[in-house]
Write a protein that binds this ligand. Sequence first.
Ligand SMILES: Nc1ncnc2c1ncn2[C@@H]1O[C@H](COP(=O)(O)OP(=O)(O)OP(=O)(O)O)[C@@H](O)[C@H]1O
Ligand SMILES: [Mg+2]
Length: 416
Amino acid sequence: MTSLRNRIAGFMILAIATVIVLASLVAMQMMQRPLPETATIPVARQIAWNVRFAEAAPEAARAAGIVFADAPAAGLPEDRSTRRWTRILGRQEMTHPLTVTADPAGTTLRISVDLGGQWLVLPLPDLRPPRGGWRIFSAWMALIVIGATAVSLIAATRITGPLRILESAVDRIGRDGVLVPIPETGLPETQATARALNHLSARLKSAMESRMRLVAAAGHDLRTPMTRMRLRAEFVEDDAERGKWLADLAELDAIADSAIRLVRDEVSQGDAQDLRLDRLVADVAGELAAMGHAVTVRPLAPVTVTADPLSLKRAVRNLVINAATHGKAARVGLTQEGARAELVIEDEGPGIPGPLMERAFEPFFRVDEARRKALPGAGLGMAIARQIIDQLGGEITLANMQPKGLRQRVVLPVRD
Ligand SMILES: Nc1ncnc2c1ncn2[C@@H]1O[C@H](COP(=O)(O)OP(=O)(O)OP(=O)(O)O)[C@@H](O)[C@H]1O
Ligand SMILES: [Mg+2]
């Protein structure tokens, strides 16, 4: 976001400076300085008139305040100005020798006209361009750039403020999809964005909670009719038929149970205790193998974690069952990487298409409709597992393997 702000600011500085330079050039072009002749002709006429007056009536001229001197005025000779005024006065039909001098500070010019033995000294307006023009221009440009930089930085910060909030809010979205509350402070735009995001987050949270409550309520309400059905099923005469009824009811029961547990697990975990994760994984693998699932156990590093054993076992079991059923055969391995335990469950199944990977963790989401019939299930196993692992400060990630199979990776903090 900083780079976006800098780019906006840079663009604005460039735009402002370019517009001002172009506008200045146009203005200078339109408001041209007066042509030299316009300014010099009246002065030249005055000098010529003075010279003629001094020659025709020296006494009257002296009385009128015209200065006569024995030598040209002291000061630094200005050769360029001397040549220029000789030319200008020549046009007024005045051909006397003359010299232009500047006082030592270089600010006042005087013209001395040779009247043959006597010099007429007159002040001369300084029509030269101001000295140090480039320095003035540079200072003017520097002021423009400094002003434009300040304005651009303020504007760019204001423009990108809401985007910065969005970026940091998205970074802090939790696994459950809930935004962390954002402080509603700062510039008005930033406050409005923070308010909108907080509002959105509150609505999302309440929508998610009501969905969870619905799931739990449905699971709960199913139990009563299911108990009645089980009682009735017990009276079915045909053994095979009764077996089928009871198996279907047991599956329904398991689904209702998972739904209730999903919600209960979200709000509470059982008592956390130190436990050996390698033993827990070996237990789960043993149980599932005994049920006829293909589960291979790779080396299991002795790792101790802090968790509620029942919850953690449920999470691990859900993931290993998925590998053994959806993935045909499960391979389980456990290692310790620094302060984290890494449980890897690999299988030989079709994996999960990339775009659906995250959705596999949603309640009731099942990847392949066609597989529903072959593999019964509610689509809750992974949602439950993720919730349990999240609460323990861990993380579950999925990745497809080459050429086939899914790798489920569970990372958990080990006990200090
Ligand atoms: N190892 C795997 N290989 C391929 N697909 C998988 C794997 N694990 C999960 N899936 C897909 O993700 C979906 C969601 O899994 P999840 O465990 O949540 O539900 P389920 O196994 O269908 O039902 P339940 O676990 O509630 O009995 C599955 O239906 C399946 O399509
Ligand atoms: Mg499952």
